[in-house]
Design a protein around this ligand. Structure first.
Ligand code: NAD
Length: 275
């Protein structure tokens, strides 16, 4: 069978935040994907890792390319850049991608509404793929959640429960909020009109139509999400459990390859997978 990228030029992919938990996974995924080459990696200026060989950072043989701290040079050398860093860095990278016309794949979570507006502005000029979760399983879960919410209606209370490792800095997770948006879309409402992101003390009875979130943090959990539809007499639970960050990295590299030749715009992983 022909390889999907056969006959195409190599896709040069750069990784910003290359020494992070996801950055390392992403570099491995690029190196292990046929049709892709690693254009380089950057870390935040001042990081002790700047100058270290990228291969050495991964415990692989030296690649002869060092961790850089100049995002502009990386964007110039790459066709696409994958960014799983932090909101302030991602926004700066989005402006560079727009200026230089490079594909940007964004996995960073915790972006504010203002940050997202800046990402949309960049996407008017170049191809941006933004997803709170790049795994195929969670992308499917989002589609299933939207469908279930439409079919079941608001007699079924929607609660979204997530658990992540102790190092995670934002809550609820970007994926939980993405699942909430899918549920809200299925009910034709805006999530921020119906969400309850945490509960404490005397909250009163649950309002009809609310979409609730519960956040758990601990240990090394890569990412568990459950969407519950609870009615009188029955409950449906849709669950996804990630046991390796490699699934997010593989999905992000797949998105970067899909982006080649796409028109400028803001795309999600659902569009990459055709769901
Ligand atoms: P991490 O803290 O391990 O890694 C982030 C890296 O970015 C760090 O190495 C940091 O030094 C680097 N960085 C920060 N500012 C930078 C800059 N200006 N230039 C270059 N590098 C910079 O965090 P992580 O666990 O890898 O997660 C990163 C982000 O990805 C978080 O927002 C997390 O929620 C998100 N995430 C998304 C998905 C998804 O599928 N969308 C999956 C996992 C994690």
């Amino acid at each position: 069978m022909a390889h999907p990228y056969e006959g195409r030029e190599e896709m040069k992919i750069g990784i910003v935040g290359c020494a992070g938990r996801m950055g390392r996974m992403l570099m491995n995924a690029v190196l292990d994907t046929e049709g892709c080459t690693l254009a380089g990696g950057t870390e935040r200026p001042g990081s002790a890792l700047v100058g270290q060989d990228l291969g050495g950072l991964l415990g692989r043989s030296p690649l002869g390319v060092a961790v850089g701290d100049e995002a502009r040079a990386l964007f110039q050398a790459a066709d696409a850049v994958i960014d799983f860093t932090a909101p302030a860095a991602t926004i700066a990278h989005a402006a560079l991608a727009a200026e230089l016309g490079k594909v940007l794949v964004v996995g960073t979570t915790g972006l504010s509404a203002d940050d997202e507006a800046r990402l949309r502005a960049a996407a008017a000029k170049t191809t941006v793929i933004y997803a709170p979760n790049f795994s195929v399983g969670v992308t499917l879960l989002m589609a299933l959640t939207e469908r279930a919410a439409t079919i079941l209606g608001d007699d079924y209370d929607i609660e979204i429960v997530e658990m992540h490792h102790r190092h995670k800095v934002d809550a609820p997770s970007g994926t939980a909020l993405g699942l909430g948006r899918s549920a809200a879309k299925g009910r034709a409402v805006a999530l921020d009109q119906v969400w309850c992101k945490s509960r404490d003390g005397h909250t009163g009875a649950r309002p009809k139509g609310e979409i609730g979130f519960a956040t758990l943090r601990g240990g090394d959990v890569v990412g568990d999400h459950t969407v519950m539809f609870a009615a009188e007499g029955e409950r449906i639970e849709l669950t996804h459990k990630a046991s390796s960050r490699a699934v997010f990295a593989k999905g992000a590299v797949r998105a970067a390859c899909w982006a080649k030749g796409q028109k400028p715009g803001l795309y999600s992983m659902r569009e990459v997978l055709g769901l």
